[in-house]
Design a protein around this ligand. Structure first.
Ligand code: ZN
Length: 466
């Protein structure tokens, strides 16, 4: 049987203890955030060389392989039902932190939080910050170009990667572990792999850019009475905080009430009843003066009528408590099943867009709940619709179609995976998708790397396990 021959070749190549099959493989994805199906086998290579050997064999057999990071994705990008999953969990080390070049070399399976802590131990800062920081891995963050809470200041993952080591579908190792901020010697290949969702290559190691560890952190929650004040407030803070604004997270009233009332642990730092609440954070180098500038900026926003009320955290416990509200996203599912969306559009279009979606949902099924929050400074909204997964097409249609004319995106930061593939046309032209397919065909002619994710490609790997 092909499957048996393939598994024994893989076992010989990377070691029996690095190949998981049977019930153990099938159950591996149960209970996690990300849906992955029931893999026929999970490969756990411990070195780049072993990743290369494994892919070489799968390529020969023309067998699909789904690369896995921390499996915290929300778009079924790691779906590997009756396929082979390639987990980087054994490659989980921080290899070097180099204070002189302000960079670190990290293996792909290293959890984000562990990478951040290793940087901090050297008084440096890796700024990517996500709710799933404890499980999400650096390789997964790179493959999905993760965003999160501090993009407004530090950019998404692609702005924080200096070099990459990637294994191609046929096992070729492409090593470009440069520590350079400036490198215009030809195409910037790493950017092609960043955000490619495991369809072009498997990230094995990366050089990450580090920043000075902030010495001050000022956090506030402000209440805002009308949407049109939000962009004014945002621009005022960017101006008055001298580039230190690191988060501008808006919570619509419904979200605020979910995360500040039982059974949530959080309590309202400001009374409920306003339409918008903004979590504002600034990171800086000089605690005393930074706190004063922060207070003054909020004071002038209050005077200008851009905010109705604000509370500034006085100590670390209060700062953490304010952030915990924004991070308590799990509350959105407490009243029943929900469908989660991650869209982006220009801030000037948001109010009309949300109103349109809300009205369409009520026409579709009166009483459908819509909870909104997001990284407003990045034009990124998360919409949570109270609806059954069975209704996903109807709801997707309501949420995604209005983005087309507004030149918005169906995915700001979660990626496309399997879940959003049918809606790629809303955001990407036929020509754009054809260029993407051409790149895919050039790098993975057998279509074995995460096939079917983002878009379909006509050639396909063999389904040896079904
Ligand atoms: Zn987000």
């Amino acid at each position: 049987m092909v499957a048996d021959a393939l598994i024994s070749r893989l076992e010989r190549a990377i070691g029996t203890d690095s190949v998981v099959v049977g019930e153990e493989a099938a159950m591996a994805g149960a209970g996690g955030w990300g849906r992955v199906g029931k893999p026929a086998a999970i490969l756990k290579p411990a070195t780049t060389q072993a990743v290369s050997e494994a892919l070489k064999i799968c390529h020969q057999y023309s067998v699909p392989v789904a690369p896995w990071g921390g499996r915290t994705g929300l778009v079924a990008g790691g779906w590997a039902d009756r396929e082979i999953a390639l987990s980087l969990e054994k490659m989980n080390k921080v290899e070097v932190v180099d204070p002189d070049s302000a960079s670190m070399v990290v293996q792909a399976g290293c959890p984000l939080q562990a990478a951040c802590e290793a940087a901090e131990a050297q008084n440096l800062f890796f700024p990517l910050d996500l709710g799933s920081r404890g499980s999400a891995t650096i390789g997964g963050n790179i493959a999905t170009n993760a965003g999160g809470n501090r993009v407004i200041r530090y950019g998404m993952m692609r702005e924080n990667v200096l070099g990459l080591e990637v294994v191609l579908a046929d096992g070729t190792v492409v090593s470009a572990l440069h520590h350079l901020i400036k490198n215009n010697a030809g195409y910037d290949l790493k950017q092609m792999f960043i955000g490619s969702e495991g369809t072009l290559g498997v990230v094995t190691r990366a050089v990450l850019r580090l920043r000075p560890l902030p010495q001050s952190q000022d956090v506030a929650v402000a209440a805002v009475n009308d949407f049109s004040s939000l962009p004014h407030l945002l621009h005022r803070l960017e101006r008055q905080l001298g580039g230190r604004l690191s988060a501008f997270e808006v919570m619509w009233a419904d979200f605020y009430s979910l995360v500040t009332t039982a059974p949530a642990n959080g309590r309202p730092p400001l009374p409920a009843g306003r339409p918008y609440y903004v979590l504002i954070e600034a990171l800086g180098a000089d605690p005393g003066p930074d706190a004063q500038t922060f207070q003054e900026a909020l004071g002038s926003a209050l005077e200008a009528g851009e905010i109705a009320d604000a509370v500034i955290a006085k100590d670390q416990a209060e700062r953490d408590a304010l952030w915990a509200l924004r991070d308590d996203v799990g509350q959105v599912a407490r009243n029943g099943p929900v469908l989660t969306f991650d869209v982006s559009l220009s801030i000037s279009q948001m109010q009309a867009y949300v109103a349109e979606v809300k009205a369409a949902l009520h026409t579709w099924k009166p009483g459908t709940s819509l909870v909104v929050f997001g990284h407003l400074g990045d034009g990124n909204l998360h919409l949570i619709v109270g609806a059954s997964p069975l209704d996903h097409y109807d709801v997707e249609s309501i949420v995604y179609r209005p983005l087309r004319d507004r030149l918005g995106s169906i995915s700001a930061e979660h990626g496309v995976g399997l879940d959003k593939r049918a809606w790629l046309w809303v955001t990407r032209s036929a020509e754009e998708v054809e260029v993407m397919r051409a790149v895919k065909r050039a790098l993975d002619p057998m279509n074995i790397l995460n096939p079917g994710k983002i878009f379909e490609v006509s050639v396909g790997g063999a389904a040896v396990f079904s």
